[in-house]
Design a protein around this ligand. Sequence first.
Ligand code: FPP
Length: 246
Amino acid sequence: MSIKNKIITEKLPKHIAIIMDGNGRWAKEKGKIRTFGHKKGVETVRKIVEASSEIGIKYLTLYAFSMENWKRPKYEINALMTLLVQAINREARNLMKNDIRLLAIGNLEKLPKKVNKKFHEIIEKTKNNKSLNLVLALSYSSRWEITNAVQKIAKEIKNGNLNLENINEETITENLTTSKIPDPELLIRTSGENRISNFLLWQIAYSELNFCGKYWPAYEKEDFYKAIYDFQNRERRFGKTSEQIK
Ligand code: FPP
């Protein structure tokens, strides 16, 4: 029996974020080049988007390209950009058919013009879709995002639109690229690495973390369901005692 049947629909996390890791190692273990792993990784993206849509997740954020990934060899960056555009072109109709809205967070200005244009086109096309919000983190880093937010807030103070005493947590949240997106309740990372890698540092303050040993290309819907099932069986106390939340 699939673990999917054990998931309680009323207790689904509203937002799941995923650090998709291990494409390169997966390919290497098979004696293939790294880009082969990225290609297979796109197939996993497809499966996990489908699973999220089927069970009723409202927000799925995928770390597709970090700011630090710009330091990779040029051929790998080019291959990743090509894969992103191909995937988005191929899936545009499915996004519409399944009522999925595409969003992007990160410094999109840094993307090649063609890639940036394509993403903006599909983001615009899907903007009224209502089932799943698929958020791609592209050229994203959390420290970049927080630095940007600080600059925006400082500018507001300088222009006399904001008082120093009125800065609170909401002020920060509102100035992040995720301002309209709820915080993730669950963060998954594949490949056996137990770190956050500059991803959504502000937003995951209270997220449950799920580290899975499988490489992203080998990650299955069943692993995703298991992560959700485990999440549903954790006690989230938000600083309170066990008795207080019962
Ligand atoms: C991490 O594996 C993966 C990436 C840096 C890129 C992930 C991107 C995709 C799967 C394509 C995204 C496509 C869409 C449509 C969202 P790694 O290369 O860091 O693997 P390694 O740690 O084993 O070297």
